[in-house]
Design a protein around this ligand. Sequence first.
Ligand SMILES: Nc1ncnc2c1ncn2[C@@H]1O[C@H](COP(=O)(O)OP(=O)(O)O)[C@@H](O)[C@H]1O
Ligand SMILES: [Mg+2]
Length: 323
Amino acid sequence: MTSTTSHSLGIAAKGLRKAYGDKTVLDGIDLAVPAGTVFALLGPNGAGKTTAVKILSTLIAADAGELRVGGHDLAVDPQAVRAAIGVTGQFSAVDGLITGEENMLLMADLHHLPRKEGRRVAAELLARFDLTEAAKKPASTYSGGMKRRLDIAMTLVGSPRIIFLDEPTTGLDPRSRHTMWGIIRTLVADGVTVFLTTQYLDEADELADRIAVLNDGRIAAEGSAEELKRLVPGGHVRLRFSDPAAYQSAATALREVTRDDEALSLQIPSDGSQRELRAVLDWLDAAGIEADELTVHTPDLDDVFFALTGDSKIPHQAKENVR
Ligand SMILES: Nc1ncnc2c1ncn2[C@@H]1O[C@H](COP(=O)(O)OP(=O)(O)O)[C@@H](O)[C@H]1O
Ligand SMILES: [Mg+2]
């Protein structure tokens, strides 16, 4: 853990435990989220992400653990925690039968905003999330991305300093995912602490200052994306050939490589540094090998995830960096 004091932590958990019957979901996990940062809890379906969010947002009780959110002890002052946070659940809180605007005004009422103030906040947030035009239409007519934006807009009505977003982009199309990422970045720029859960490694990589990988009820690894990537080897240079004969002679000449006979590609272990890259190129020149394509692959969170969990359920997101 870092030297961050407990005062500057938006969220802190020590020994968080939760079981349903004899099934242990969270087996004593520790979390520390500095205020004003994005923390991603990463794990496959059923890992316990929603359980963690529900506990930290006071919706359900933990079996054990010292938990502080916004500087308040969850066991002592859950009301103060509730006043400091906003939660966007995995499943939408939007009421489809009423309009987007009505959903917003309902939230304003829940937060006891005076009528005029409520209208002002609702209009401002609807505009900010590009929903002004749709504001008077029933929310059931909204696209998935619009519903998610409305969900977050509703969460922001109370101006929370800490926001929990449970799988904010699951099921969204790529464009809506990017919009959501932009929204999350804006929140953080405003100083909000964001606790997000995701099944997507690229999302954690894009957004999070720190990432914790949840596996079998425990935190299998925790750190920045860069720190996590350093945990695993997996960097390599990949050579692709179109001519099977050229591929065969290269594969024979380069002994310490991994072959993919179907794709006519060879993988050479490499950390991606300039020096190693030059050595690889010299080696290829010396052997008279000319590949049709050369790509440098640096280890990504996929590699980390597979190394930590051995899980193959997460779809592989190919991430090749051509340099
Ligand atoms: N209310 C509940 N009663 C019994 N089991 C539950 C309950 N809620 C969740 N679980 C179980 O706890 C595990 C973790 O669930 P969840 O926190 O929803 O995971 P995730 O959000 O990572 O997909 C799952 O095996 C799930 O079936
Ligand atoms: Mg969940």
